[in-house]
Design a protein around this ligand. Structure first.
Ligand SMILES: NC(=O)c1ccc[n+]([C@@H]2O[C@H](COP(=O)([O-])OP(=O)(O)OC[C@H]3O[C@@H](n4cnc5c(N)ncnc54)[C@H](O)[C@@H]3O)[C@@H](O)[C@H]2O)c1
Length: 400
């Protein structure tokens, strides 16, 4: 996409001032992490980048503009942007719209080209609706009109946070049931496929796994929790917070399970972690379950080898303050040499197709494999000689 369009109607520049003054429409997609300092650290969004950008736009604008907020934001952030922009004394009109980004990392271009829907929120004033229609026309160049929906700004802001909260809640729901399956001889895959065939529920996002990661889910839920608390809706806040709690519990449970399966001690044992990215097809490691698992295993004094085809740079950075025996090795075969266990923590395709006989032959016996993504052929690995632990199924082991 870049190769085809660069220099034609796609340009990259670091000259922000010129970019702002030349534009009719400005899309703002800066980061909105959670605060790490001061009041309500962790829960409230850190809106300093949005605010700085609004002031930059105000300072460098010489004509009316439509400002599109693309970042995921808490309640009424568009209002704050509007106040900053329209508080200037230069008689320029800014229409602030909220057009949330629904793409997912790993499938970004596909999501852009063929989105489920595009949502454009604006003030329901004459100017707001006019600005909204202009943006609808831009998207209508490649998105069917029936997939472009319009709403007021506040509904659009709430929709984005609600969507992420629902997606995360589905993962926590299936992960919670996975723990019950492990105790009751049920198979989570069979349960998920039976449940997902109900057309009211649907099959997507029902894969039990080690936990969700990524920069968005946790921060967006905490934003929602914070908003609810602000409006005195403590029960609603508690409900959504439990989605994050189950996720943290699932990650901790994975570490506890590794420890108890490997005879209650992993001190000095080499463990190879296959995958560090929060999901396949990205090098992004923000909030990756692998990071928490690596830290949990290091606390038990295990010897950790982290392997990933794309995320080792980020992994090194994430674990730079971690204490213990930690190395990074891109080659999964080298990573597993002399290991007691392998843990698959990212669903990279290449991990499905490794030569597991070769891996097994280079490992310490008994050898363990913990499939945190349920992507491997567990029966085959068991027959090969591995003790196999997955999510939401009883383990396959060669001893009682
Ligand atoms: N990553 C996703 O999959 C995803 C999906 C949907 C929505 N979002 C939302 O999109 C927003 C951005 O997310 P991201 O993952 O791309 O974050 P990011 O941190 O990867 O990228 C944000 C970029 O904005 C730049 N920036 C900050 N202030 C700036 C300024 N004043 N001028 C120019 N650039 C500036 C930062 O340097 C950074 O490169 C967030 O609100 C996020 O919640 C992200």
């Amino acid at each position: 996409m870049f190769k085809t369009n660069r220099g034609r109607n796609l340009f990259f520049s670091t000259e922000i001032e010129a970019g702002i003054s030349d534009a009719d429409v400005v899309f703002v997609a800066v980061n909105t992490p959670n605060k790490t300092f001061g009041q309500v650290a962790e829960k409230a969004a850190d809106l300093q980048y949005l605010e700085k950008t609004s002031r930059q736009i105000l300072a460098h604008s010489t004509s009316d503009k439509i400002i599109i907020e693309k970042s995921t934001v808490p309640v009424r952030t568009s209002n704050a942007m509007e106040r900053i922009l329209n508080g200037g004394k230069n008689n320029i009109r800014f229409d602030v719209l909220f057009n949330p980004e629904f793409l997912a990392e790993g499938t970004a271009i596909r999501d852009l080209e063929s989105p489920d829907r595009v949502l454009i929120g604006s003030r329901e004033t004459e100017n707001g609706i006019k600005a909204r229609k202009e943006i609808v026309e831009i998207y209508a160049n490649w998105v069917p009109k029936e997939r472009i929906i319009e709403s007021n700004t506040w509904s659009a802001e709430r929709s984005k946070l609600t969507e992420n909260a629902f997606l995360a809640q589905r993962i926590s729901s299936i992960n919670a049931i996975s723990a019950l399956c492990e105790k009751t001889e049920a198979d989570i895959n069979e349960v998920a496929s039976a449940v997902g065939m109900d057309s009211r529920i649907g099959p997507k996002f029902l894969d039990a796994r080690v936990g969700f990661g990524g920069s968005c889910f946790k921060k967006d839920i905490f934003n929602l929790v914070y908003i609810c608390q602000n409006y005195d809706l403590q029960e609603v806040a508690d409900y959504w917070e439990s989605v994050v709690k189950i996720n943290e519990w699932q990650e901790n449970r994975f570490v506890r399970n590794m420890l108890s399966s490997m005879f209650n001690t992993i001190a000095g044992k080499k463990i190879s972690l296959l995958g560090f990215a929060f999901k396949a097809n990205t090098g992004d490691t923000r909030e990756s379950p692998a990071m928490y698992i690596a830290r949990g295993l290091l606390e038990e004094h295990a010897q950790i080898v982290v392997s990933d085809p794309q995320a080792l740079g980020n992994a090194r950075n994430d674990l730079k303050d971690a204490e213990g025996d930690l190395v990074f090795e891109e080659n999964p075969y080298k990573a597993a040499e002399g290991a007691h266990a392998i843990a698959v923590l990212t669903e990279w395709d290449e991990y499905r197709n490794l030569d597991y006989e070769r891996l097994l032959s280079s490992m310490v016996h008994p050898s363990f494999i913990f499939d945190g993504r349920n992507i491997l052929d567990h029966q085959r690995l068991f027959e090969m000689g591995f003790n196999v632990y997955s999510i939401g199924r009883a383990p396959l082991k060669h001893f009682r």
